[in-house]
Design a protein around this ligand. Structure first.
Ligand code: ASP
Ligand code: MG
Length: 406
């Protein structure tokens, strides 16, 4: 007997057959005596389809209207799920974001959840309904529909679980958990039983696309353990939880990689106060996020400044810097899209030393040149040439003892 919040992603509700199979699973949990609240994504591909339609009309569709449009994807899936459960003889009720009283700010397309009252959900649960809530959406104080950013149903699920003080929050997805590395390129990768919120945050932002980052931030803030698991098997997945002393014994929990960044170098820049600002401020003003930055000094009061941006913003960023280079008298602007970032992540780094040197020497042993380095308290990242990505991930995975036993 528990209150269980389950979230199913787009592929899990991709067609009527999948919806029926998920409904069967929800019904089994309900029959076992649990209160069930289910959060759904849109059927797979639907969100993209809706966004494409708007993009065909105009390059910059109004954000408020985009949310009205794109939130319909989840409206379809929750209604179909409720109808399916009802056809199986269960009391089920679908709810849109505003009906579930999911209050957000007014930043259309990337709204943040401010509060969830969930009084109607609670009432329906008391009447023994299975409650199906549309993920990804809420409403602002004036009642306008908002959405939470791509992948936002994860955050809906964690937020609803927090609001209801649920006993379990299970995120069903098309992978069976969080791995020590991407199993597609590292055959020795293992599924983790547990991972800490902080590690998951580092992994999520580094390209392990299993959970929306915001859902993990939310889970950490409200202490909601998340069980990430496959909707195609009964097997246990990975628990995302607060770290404990045991986790610190492991130095590195995972190796991640990301091929979505490109770098830009301005060379022979006259070195004087304010130069970094002149180079980077216009990038920020263009809404482009900079990840890593390094500055080298040269003789003769000259400096080189290199930074990375998402590949999708590379052309825009390069155009901006070409103009700036002229203005500030830099000699050259060089762009490089053939890079990758590999990182090792682990809370154990807080108490163990020598992680960086082991990382650098393992890469050196394979003749992989490091182009840039950045660190956080629990992560070390190296930018390398893109063609060495797979080799680097496998090398680091074994160097840090993560390979599964043969
Ligand atoms: N349907 C939305 C998307 O595709 C939200 C989600 O799936 O979590 O991003
Ligand atoms: Mg997702």
């Amino acid at each position: 007997m528990a209150l269980i919040v389950q979230k199913f992603g787009g592929t899990s509700v991709g067609d009527l057959e999948r919806i029926r199979s998920v409904a069967g699973q929800i019904a089994r949990n309900f029959d076992a005596g649990n209160d069930m609240v289910v959060i759904l994504s849109a059927m797979s591909g639907e969100t993209d389809k809706l966004l494409d339609m708007a993009a065909k009309i105009t390059e910059f569709p109004d954000k408020r209207e985009t949310d009205v449009l794109v939130s319909t994807g989840e409206q379809v899936s929750v209604a179909l799920m409720a109808i399916t459960l009802q056809s199986m003889g269960y009391k089920a009720r679908s709810m849109l974001g505003h009906q579930a009283e999911i209050l957000t700010d007014s930043q259309f397309n990337k709204a943040r959840i401010l509060d969830i009252k969930a009084s109607r959900i609670k009432q329906l649960l008391a009447e023994k309904h299975i409650v199906i809530v549309a993920g990804f959406q809420g409403a602002d104080a004036s009642g306008d529909v908002t959405t939470l950013g791509r992948g936002g149903s994860d955050t809906s699920a964690v937020a609803v679980a927090a609001a209801l003080k649920a006993d379990k929050c299970e995120i069903f997805t098309d992978v069976d958990g969080i791995y020590t590395a991407d199993p597609n390129i590292c055959s020795t990768a293992r599924k983790l039983d547990r991972i800490s919120y902080d590690e998951m945050l580092e992994m999520a932002s580094l390209g392990a696309k299993v959970l929306q980052i915001r859902s993990v931030e939310f889970a950490k803030k409200y202490d909601v353990p998340i069980h990430v698991r496959s909707s195609f098997s009964e097997e246990e997945g990975t628990m995302v939880v607060y770290e404990d002393a045991n986790m610190e014994k492991v130095v590195v929990s995972g190796v991640t990689h990301n091929k979505n960044e490109a770098r830009i170098t301005l060379s022979k820049v006259p070195d004087k106060p304010g130069i970094a600002m002149q180079i980077l401020e216009p990038i920020a003003e263009a809404g482009i996020g900079v990840d890593m930055i390094i500055q080298n000094t040269r003789a003769g009061n000259l400096t080189d400044l290199t930074f990375t941006v998402p590949k999708s913003d590379f052309d825009a960023a390069l155009a901006i810097e070409k103009k700036i280079a002229e203005k500030i008298g830099a000699e050259d602007v060089i762009g490089d899209q053939k890079i990758a970032k590999v990182s090792v992540v682990g809370v154990g780094m807080r108490s163990h030393s020598g992680v960086a040197s082991r990382m650098f020497s393992s890469l050196a042993a394979e003749n992989i040149n490091i182009l840039m380095i950045s660190t956080s308290e629990i992560r070390i990242s190296c930018v390398i040439e893109e063609k060495y990505t797979e080799l680097a991930v496998r090398t680091l995975h074994s160097a840090f003892g993560l390979d599964k036993p043969a």
